[in-house]
Write a protein that binds this ligand. Sequence first.
Ligand SMILES: [Zn+2]
Length: 300
Amino acid sequence: MSEWKKYMAENDVFADSVAALPHNCAANPYLTVLPDEDDPRVRHLFYDARIPGASTWMHLIIGSERALLIDTGMGAGDLKGAVEALTDKPVDVVNTHFHGDHTGGNGQFARVFCPEYDLPYLKSQMSHPEMRMRPLCDEKDLVPISDQTEVMPFSDGYRFKLGDGEELEVIHTPGHTPGGCMLLDHKSGILYSGDAVLSTPTLIIDRFPNTWYPEGLTVTAFRDSLVRNLPRLDKVKKLCPGHGKQGIDPGYLHEMIDCLNCIIEHPERHETYDYVDDPSQRQIMCAGRAMVVYSDSRIR
Ligand SMILES: [Zn+2]
C-alpha cells in the first residue's frame, strides 16, 4: 500500500493553510498574492476555489523589460487589474494548457499564448461559453468567456523573453492535455509545471476529450516527453505547479518517471482511487511521492 492518502491529506492541509491567508489583493477579492521565497521577481497568485483540489495558482514573473503571467485561473474577479497593480511592465499571458481552471480569465486580455496542440480545444471552448468551468463567485465578478481574444500558438522550445538574460523556455509535456507544457525559467531555475507534474495526482483520464491529437493524451506520451527532456531539466531548482504545494524539489521529476513506467510495465499494481466521486478516476499508481490517476484507455 502506497502512501497516496497521506499525501492527499497533506495537500489538503496545505491548501487550507493558503486559503486561510487574507485575500490581500485590492483589485480582486478572490486572490491571495504571495512573494516567492527565492526569486524577488515572482508573485504567486492563489485562487481559492473552495472545492478540494480545484484551487489554482497563477504566477507572475516581472522581468527587467517585460512580465509574464502564467495561466489565468477560473475567471473569478479582475485578474488584469490585479496584475496591473503589481507591475507597470508590458505583460504577456500564457496558458500551460487549455483547461478551464487555467484559462478562465483569458477573456480580459487582448492576446494570450496557447500551446499549439491545445489550440483547437481552446478555440472550441471560446466559442461555447455555456460549457465553461464555473468558479464560485458573484455573478458580477465572473469574467466572460470571449472569442475576441487573439490566441497565439507556440511550440516546444519557444522562449518568452523578459529582458537581458531572462528567458522562460517551453517544455512540451503531453499527457494531461495534448499541448500541455511546463515553463522553465533559466534565470531562477524555477519550473512552472502546470498540471503535468504536481503534488496532487496528474490526471490522464478518459473524461477529458480526445477530439484532436489523441496521441498526446497518453501515459506513454507523457513518460516519453519527460525522459527525452531530462537533460533540459537538469538545472531545475524547484517546481511551482498549477495546483497544490509549491517549491517541490526536482527529485520529484524522477519519481514521476518511475510512476509512469510502472503504469506502462505493471498496470496491475494500481490501487483504487476513491478520493473523488468520478467514475473516470478510479485507478491510481504511485512511486515515491509521485501519483498518476489514469484510465486504461489512456496508457498507450
Ligand atoms: Zn488544473
